[in-house]
Design a protein around this ligand. Structure first.
Ligand code: COA
Length: 322
């Protein structure tokens, strides 16, 4: 077997829903502005005692049930996240311990909103190459913890959640191709100013939150995503019309519409969750996949194009025969 395939999917959204109407009472914004500029209507926010690992664990359990596997089957764990519980142990290890998965590689990948695509691409290499037989791949975030709830430029955009897939070996693809990219010269357009190593310096006033030059991010995101979907299709010698479902990172409906338009894809073939979830970074693509699998839109044999773009900038795509 030289390929990997998605054997099951899962997701978890925290109970608490934060509506645009509620945000209107917190910052100088309107439901109309948020909907028309972003497509977002509501987002989910983790409870005070919930962490990224809690969300990841819930999504993982659902994906395992869908795939019909138990902890004993899993031999590889990778989590895309920008909001880990700790500096270490990584979220992969936390999930491994909670689920009772035996010793195996477990780690997290830090690639902002492209984190799940990066994680999937890595897991695919291990499963297709024969060094893992059952990989748990997760995208999980508690972006609400690094959001400045007094900044209308950013606080209307983000939400919390987790999505997961199980990858197993297959004779036929499965995951047909993954393309990853990054360009660190854009580091100042979208960033969090502090971390474990870089602390706030005397005189620095930026808060410990997501900072973004939204308008500029928007333009590069549209251009980059157009490029990556075209590269992916060309490398696989496929026309866009062969794609059954576009499953994009859910940052802004206008970015998604621009990508779909460039591909000549009707929006009916695009899975949209941004209205209900906001931008959940690394969690958005696996959650959108799970939504479409569970509501019956995505069926076995369908051709899927997953794509993501985020801080770094990082980007990636995955072409998948589901
Ligand atoms: N409510 C009301 N007005 C707001 C607002 C809000 N929540 N946020 C910003 N505004 C204002 C701005 O202050 C600006 O006012 P001004 O013209 O008086 O200065 C105006 O709206 C327009 O701002 P602009 O930044 O040009 O809007 P935009 O159409 O680019 O939309 C984003 C802003 C953030 C929604 C959009 O740029 C975007 O989605 N960018 C990409 C973000 C993203 O994808 N990030 C993650 C990548 S993974």
């Amino acid at each position: 077997m030289k390929y990997s395939r998605i054997a099951g999917t899962g997701r978890y959204l925290p109970e608490r829903v934060l509506t645009n109407a509620e945000l209107e009472t917190r910052v100088d914004t309107t439901d109309e502005w948020i909907r028309s500029r972003t497509g977002i209507e509501r987002r989910h926010i983790a409870a005070d005692d919930q962490t990224t690992a809690d969300l990841a664990e819930r999504a993982a359990r659902q994906a395992m049930a869908a795939a019909g596997v138990t902890a004993a089957d899993i031999d590889f764990v990778v989590v895309g996240t920008t909001t880990p519980d700790f500096v270490f142990p990584n979220v992969g290890c936390l999930v491994q311990e909670r689920l009772g998965i035996r010793p195996c590689p477990a780690f997290s990948v830090e690639a902002a909103c492209s984190g799940f695509i990066y994680a999937l691409s890595i897991a695919d290499r291990f499963v297709a190459g024969g060094s893992a037989k059952c990989a748990l791949v997760i995208g999980a975030e508690t972006l609400s913890r690094i959001t400045d709830w007094t900044d209308r430029n950013t606080c209307v955009l983000f939400g919390d959640g987790a999505g997961a897939v199980i990858l197993q070996p297959a004779d036929e693809p499965g995951i047909m191709a993954c393309h990853l990219g990054a360009d660190g010269t854009y580091k100042d357009l979208l960033y969090h100013p502090y971390g474990a190593s870089r602390r706030q310096q005397p005189g620095e006033t930026e808060g410990p939150y997501i900072h973004m030059k939204g308008n500029e991010v928007f333009k590069v995101a549209v251009k980059t995503l157009e490029g990556i979907v075209e590269t992916t299709l060309a490398a696989s010698q496929l026309e866009a019309s062969a794609i059954d479902w576009l499953i994009p990172h859910q940052a802004n409906i206008r970015i998604i519409q621009a990508t779909a338009k460039r591909l000549g894809m009707p929006m009916e073939k695009v899975v949209l969750t941004v209205q209900d979830q906001g931008n959940t970074s690394a969690a958005s693509v696996p959650m959108a996949l799970d939504v479409a699998v569970r509501d019956g839109r995505v069926k076995r044999g369908d051709l899927l194009l997953l794509e993501g773009f985020g801080g770094g900038f990082t980007w990636g795509s995955a072409l998948i025969r589901y």
